[in-house]
Write a protein that binds this ligand. Sequence first.
Ligand code: ADP
Length: 266
Amino acid sequence: MHDPSSYTIAAQPYYLPVGNEVTLFEAAYTSHLPVLLKGPTGCGKTRFMEYMAWKLQRPMITVSCHDDLTTSDLVGRYLVKGGETVWVDGPLTRAVRSGGICYLDEIVEARKDTMVVIHPLADDRRIMPIEKLGQLLEAPDSFCLAISYNPGYQSVLKELKQSTRQRFVAIEFTYPNHELERQIIIHETGLDTATADKLLKLADMTRNLKGNGLEEGASTRLLVHAGKLMAKGIDPRPACQGAVALALTDDSDMIAAINELIGALF
Ligand code: ADP
């Protein structure tokens, strides 16, 4: 039997609020409303969820969605174990049963039919039909469904349908302002302020290239990666080239342009 406490976050995760997202999430949670976190990759959505799970003292189950993710992957399936057929709950079912938080990361990546299973959980019915067991689970009040979505990938195929998005309270995430992002980099990497500020300049430059050769600018995550490499003694240039330039793109002209920016800064 699955032990929900194994997903409980014991120590307070480091999370710096960027706006009113903490109070908004708490209000949605106590109103039993599901939450949609919108924003680019690497801007703190997962860290925020970990922080909220800790703050609300709920176990959290995270599922990274991918294009092969089926309803059974979320709900559960019969498996043959030692000659016997046994039912094994999927992560969504486990979260519902344990009254925890289920965080479906990058929901649009999942197969379209997967949405069908979250719909009755994401409106005021708050139920989950498990067809194969002939069961209808009612989500306890403490259950919370949260999903994340990056509207930046402008592809019709990757858009969240109205019937799905209009069930959720949306919270927008973006890169923290300089003051906060500086604090985050320093906290996560131990770099000094002057070096953190250079990383912020590099971030700004790449973020301005979004839509002009880059699909996304450097996220807070990439700056933290670069900072961690530097803290381990890697020179700033190769650290930024590996953690930022090559991580952002495969386009050799663009990589050369970013490397030039890195060379000018460090
Ligand atoms: P996402 O889920 O949006 O892709 P993450 O939550 O994984 O992004 O964030 C990437 C990293 O950026 C985190 O591991 C953390 O180091 C840092 N980070 C971003 N935003 C914050 C924040 N507001 N407070 C603390 N750390 C943050």
